[in-house]
Design a protein around this ligand. Structure first.
Ligand SMILES: [Zn+2]
Length: 324
């Protein structure tokens, strides 16, 4: 089923208490949503979908009208998820920079999302707090959760590009969380957006733990979010969860699944649409049974389902849905 903010809050509280992670999956189109909902449901796990500013532009088509794109993605998530009773999913806005403020408010007021991320991390600290607080005020009035960020996460994700890594400072994290009242907090602790290999990432576990302990000691325990987690090893993800992370973001991972399965299919089946040299123009007939999009897109869909099932097993959320 679809989770509104108040139910998603319960999901995160349970994850924090029982030390498991919620896999947050970036999506754009229907086959991704279908495959990933099926994966969460098969594992009786709750989960989260995320849409970026680029995703909502794409979803709308050539108009790139972001409110329309968000309506479409939200409807697809709600409808597909409504078929499952042993697993719930929320919908989150990923990395909304301050120029998307009106868009965030639109999604909150039209009940499209369960949570939102305001990423004002490129602003100075005081300005970041001011903007984040504005979003928290609107969101909490509607029962929607808010994720904020301080420090830069290196790499490229959609419209978010950062050439530098700036680790989150624990005392700034505490002040930020206290003054804004955010529900979730993206920490810059060594992961990178985009394609990276976990073995090359120095995940600063001590920093995650230090931030978590400081928040707990000050009675503002908040879920920590790990961005850029696609390339991390299973052990790195578990270590992060054991040190206070409750939301693990995945985007690139699914994009690779989709591209790889499509490539493998057409490598094998290319004569369904391309005439082999050995057959004459007159004798060649394209094979509808093999180029029907339902035939090959399904392969990518099932690959994403397999990925999310593996991911929720790693993060420990299998069988932990609040609906069970
Ligand atoms: Zn991110």
């Amino acid at each position: 089923m679809f989770f509104r903010g108040d139910q998603l809050k319960k999901v995160f509280l349970k994850a924090k208490r029982d030390r498991f992670g919620i896999v947050a999956s970036n999506v754009v189109f229907d086959s991704q949503i279908r495959g990933i909902v099926q994966g969460y449901a098969a594992q009786r796990s709750d989960g989260l979908f995320q849409m970026s500013s680029g995703a909502v532009k794409y979803a709308a088509g050539e108009t790139k009208e972001i409110n329309t794109g968000a309506q479409l993605i939200s409807s697809m998530v709600k409808i597909i998820a409504s078929q499952y009773k042993n697993s719930g999913v929320g919908l989150h806005i990923d990395h909304a920079t301050p120029n998307y403020f009106d868009f965030v408010v639109y999604c909150i007021e039209n009940d499209l999302v369960s949570s939102v991320m305001i990423d004002a991390s490129k602003e100075d600290f005081e300005e970041n707090i001011r903007i984040s607080l504005e979003v928290v005020k609107v969101a909490h009035k509607h029962g929607v959760l808010v994720e904020g960020e301080i420090g830069y996460i290196k790499g490229t994700e959609d419209e978010i590009v950062s050439d530098t890594q700036l680790y989150t400072k624990p005392d700034e994290a505490l002040e930020y969380v206290k003054r804004t009242g955010v529900d979730l907090f993206a920490a810059s602790v060594g992961t990178n957006h985009g394609v990276t290999k976990g073995s090359k990432v120095t995940l600063k576990l001590d920093l995650i733990k230090e931030i978590d302990n400081l928040l707990i000691a000050n009675n503002v325990e908040t879920g920590i979010v790990l961005h850029g987690a696609s390339g991390l090893t299973a052990k790195q993800q578990m270590d992060a969860i054991n040190n206070g992370v409750i939301k693990i973001n995945k985007d690139t991972h699914y994009q690779m699944d989709f591209a790889r399965e499509t490539q493998a299919y057409w490598e094998k089946e290319k004569d369904a649409i391309l005439k082999p040299d050995s057959i004459s123009e007159d004798d060649y007939v394209p094979d509808k049974k093999r180029f029907d999009p339902r035939k090959w897109i399904l392969k990518s869909e099932l690959a994403m389902q397999a990925s999310v099932e593996e991911l929720v097993q790693i993060t420990g959320s299998t069988g932990k849905s609040i609906l069970l």
